[in-house]
Structures are given as structure tokens and as C-alpha cells.
Design a binder for this molecule. Structure first.
Ligand code: EPZ
Length: 418
């Protein structure tokens, strides 16, 4: 079982180039399947979830290879429409392959997706929306079989909640459907815009991505293209939290400042100096940090749930009391008990967490049980006194490219133990 061993208390200083966005690369890889041609994606992060998506493409008969951040996927050889359970279980995002396979072949068989345990993560909105596009589903022994007897047909779909994955699935299925599709109540995350830009580059006709209403005019078929994955705003937020926890000055290059507005406002409230340019951000943090009044996680452009845990870790040693309300997932406080083992004073009740800042955290043996929770333990360890051992690194590897190398380049003392 791999661990990260972190000697805390070293200020972070320097510049890093931020990785490509996991949560964009995964739906784009599903989109490659729809293209029916050779597609090249640049800036794909080297992550276990990206490799899982490549395995799904290969399993379905595509030729997909990963080389130094570039994925080349030829989906002209696509033959399969059934995704085995073991591949579906590897990550939650495997579900967006449903819309893509249906869009290309008009049939698909798969099981319920796996992924990090953040409370119930149903896929009802995905399935209801696809049914409105003409998909007929039967379910047996946990396998969902989907066919489109009359082909995929455009529809007006109202989402009851702006689900990121459901919006992506509809876009993928509707890109080559007959007629027009309107999604109302669509997710507005920057990753949705990235998927729309990519599909449009492949010949789709999608307008309005980034707003609550998206319009898709179905086209007969797509073609391949070359595309660069957008930068990872959550990795950027995580390295900002690392700088806030340990203190120091860090430059994050190759990001899009505008995607981080809600996160930047919180770091400013914590007393960090932030200097933003279009594609880079500099954060300067003098300890101790200040507590923040209230953070409520919300769909974009609100404060992202994926940055909740890492910001909480930094707030553990801020002066005063901070409150967080987690509105997106029911059970996203699994890192709290581990932070408490390091000396944090955090109490949770339902969706609310109250963080009473302590003077310092202390190194301890802790265990990650999900991706962002693992990142939070790493952030806390960087500012703690003494050495921390973070187990469950396989979760962190789902979303962060070589975290120990990135942090070491900023002056942290982090190594991976095997
Ligand atoms: C995406 O997950 C991200 N994953 C998540 O990132 C992120 O936390 C989440 O969006 C919210 O921003 C990827 O992009 C691969 P949702 P997704 O559908 O699409 C409920 C990370 O750490 N819901 O917007 O699965 C759901 O249970 C990850 O990188 C239904 O009830 O999120 C949740 O409470 C984890 N029925 C809420 O909506 C549905 O059919 C938001 O889920 C779908 C969702």
C-alpha cells in the first residue's frame, strides 16, 4: 500500500505548470468515440482515471494510446457497445460513455458506475434524459441494456438539478441525434464548455454551453480533430490551499483565472495576497490565516464542492471560526476525522462543518478514503509540525499528476513510500 510521507512546516516557493483537467479529459475521451475518426487530445493528465477511460475505448474496439500527455484515439474501428462491469466500477465518469456509445451505435450495455464514495450518487437524471431522446432501457442483474428503436431524436429536456455528468451525457447523445435538443437547467461548469468546444471542433452544432440553456442541432456524423484539454481548476485550487497551509509564495501557470473566481474570493478572505493574470495566478500567504465566515458549495459559478476539503484543511489553522455547508454531496466530510487526528478542531452536523482554528496541526498516520479528502490530508500535512504518513494514495492518484514531484519542486519535503 503506497503512502505519501510529508515532513511539514516547509514554506512553499516557486512556480508550477498546472495539469490538464481530469473532469474535462474524461468526457472528451468519451467524445472521441463519437467522432468515428482519429482524434488527438493534448494536455491529458497522467492519472489512473484517464487510463481507465482509455481502457474503455480500447475494450470497445478503438485504438487508443497515451504518450506523455497526448492521447491518440482512433474510433473508426469501434465494434463493441457493452462496457464490462469491472471497467464501469473503476470510476464514476464511465457513465458518460453511455451517451457517446448510443450516439455512435444506437445501442449500449453497461452497469452502474463506481467512483469515490461521497454518499448516494444516482444516475436517474442521466437515464431519464436519455429516455426522452428515444432510448428504451431494460435492467437485469445490475446491467442496463439500451436501444433506440427509432433512432435518437432531439427533445426539450428540463434537468431538475444542474448535474454535470447528465448534461455531458445529453450533449454526447444529442450531438448526432435527429433534430434539435434543448437542455434547460444545464450545468454551467467550465468543463461543459470545454466538451461543447471539442464536439463543435468535431463538427457538432452546440450553442449556449456555459449558460443554463444549451441548444444542440443534431448532425449526421462527426469527424476527428486535435484539441487541448482545459487546465484543471481544482488542481489549481489544491495547490493554492497547499500554499495557504504551509505559507509561502506560489505561481500557478497555464490556468484560467476566470474559472477560479469563487475560490480566489475565499483565499482573499483568508488574508492571502492574490495576483491574477489571464493565464496565471500568484498567491502569497503569510501565516496565520484568517477564518472565513461561511463557504457554501454550489454548482458553478458558486464555490466548487471539489475544493471544499482542501480549503477546510487550510482553515484548520486559521485564526477564528469558519463554517462550511456542503450542498452538493451528502457525505463529503470523510477527511474530517483524519484532520482531527492531526489536531484539528472540526465538528460536523449533517451538511455543516464548523472549523475552530487551532495554533498548529501535528504529523500523524492518516488514511485517505476519497480523492479530494486525500488531497486535504496532504495540504494539512504540509503545514503541520512533524511528519505525516498519508495512506490511500491510490485515491489521490485519480486526480493529481505526480503530486509528490510537484510539491517537491516548490520546496516541500514529500516522498512516496512503497
Ligand atoms: C462531477 O461529478 C465531477 N466529476 C465531480 O468531481 C464533481 O464533484 C461534481 O461534478 C460536482 O461538481 C466529473 O466531472 C468526472 P453531478 P458528477 O452529476 O457529474 C446528484 C472530483 O473530485 N445527482 O453534478 O457525478 C448527485 O448525487 C469529482 O473530481 C442525482 O441525484 O456530479 C450529486 O448530489 C468527484 N442524480 C449532485 O447531483 C443524477 O442522475 C451533483 O452531481 C446525477 C446527479
Amino acid at each position: 500500500m503506497q503512502r505519501l510521507i510529508i515532513e511539514g512546516g516547509k514554506k512553499l516557493c516557486g512556480e508550477i505548470k498546472v495539469q490538464g483537467a481530469k473532469n474535462s479529459a474524461l468526457p472528451l475521451l468519451a467524445g472521441c468515440l463519437l467522432a468515428g475518426d482519429r482524434t488527438v487530445l493534448y494536455g491529458c493528465p497522467e492519472l489512473s482515471d484517464v487510463f481507465s477511460a482509455c481502457r474503455i475505448l480500447n475494450r470497445l474496439g478503438c485504438k487508443c494510446s497515451f504518450d506523455k500527455g497526448t492521447v491518440s484515439a482512433d474510433s473508426s474501428t469501434l465494434t463493441g457497445w457493452d462496457i464490462p462491469e469491472e471497467l464501469m466500477r473503476e470510476m464514476r465518469c464511465s457513465i458518460v460513455f453511455l451517451g457517446a456509445v448510443l450516439g455512435r451505435l444506437g445501442k449500449c450495455e453497461l452497469s452502474y458506475p463506481g467512483g469515490c464514495e461521497l454518499g448516494p450518487r444516482p444516475i436517474d437524471m442521466h437515464l431519464d434524459a436519455l429516455k426522452q431522446l428515444g432510448v428504451v432501457m431494460t435492467e437485469e442483474h445490475g446491467r442496463i441494456s439500451c436501444v433506440c428503436p427509432k433512432g435518437l431524436r432531439g427533445a426539450a429536456i428540463d434537468l431538475p438539478f444542474p448535474s454535470v455528468g447528465a448534461t455531458e451525457n445529453i450533449m454526447l447523445a444529442a450531438a448526432c441525434a435527429e433534430g434539435d435538443t434543448i437542455i434547460r437547467g444545464a450545468a454551467r461548469e467550465p468543463e461543459i464548455e470545454d466538451l461543447a468546444d471539442f464536439l463543435n471542433r468535431c463538427g457538432a452544432r452546440i450553442k449556449g454551453a456555459g449558460n443554463s440553456t444549451i441548444r444542440i442541432s443534431g448532425v449526421k456524423k462527426l469527424h476527428g480533430c486535435e484539441y487541448k484539454v482545459m487546465p484543471d481548476r481544482i488542481a489549481a485550487a489544491t495547490y493554492m490551499a497547499a500554499a495557504a497551509s504551509a505559507g509561502g509564495e506560489v505561481g500557478l501557470l497555464g490556468i484560467r483565472c476566470a474559472d477560479l473566481s469563487a475560490v480566489i474570493a475565499v483565499f482573499e478572505e483568508m488574508g492571502c495576497g492574490i495576483y491574477c493574470m489571464e493565464d496565471r495566478i500568484f498567491i502569497s500567504c503569510k501565516l496565520p490565516l484568517k477564518a472565513v465566515r461561511m463557504i457554501r458549495t454550489m454548482p458553478y459559478p458558486g464555490f466548487p464542492t471539489d475544493a471544499q476539503a482542501v480549503v477546510m484543511a487550510a482553515l484548520a489553522t486559521a485564526q477564528g471560526s469558519s463554517m462550511i455547508v456542503e450542498n452538493i454531496f451528502e457525505s463529503r466530510y470523510r477527511h474530517v476525522d483524519e484532520l482531527v487526528r492531526m489536531g484539528a478542531d472540526i465538528k460536523t452536523s449533517g451538511r455543516t462543518a464548523v472549523i475552530q482554528g487551532v495554533r498548529r496541526l501535528y504529523g500523524a498516520s492518516v488514511r485517505a478514503s476519497d480523492l479530494r479528502g486525500g488531497a486535504a490530508l496532504t495540504v494539512a500535512a504540509l503545514g503541520a509540525e512533524g511528519t505525516t504518513s498519508v495512506a490511500g494514495v491510490q485515491y489521490i492518484d485519480r486526480g493529481y499528476e505526480h503530486p509528490e514531484k510537484v510539491l517537491t519542486s516548490l520546496g516541500a519535503k514529500v516522498r512516496r513510500a512503497f
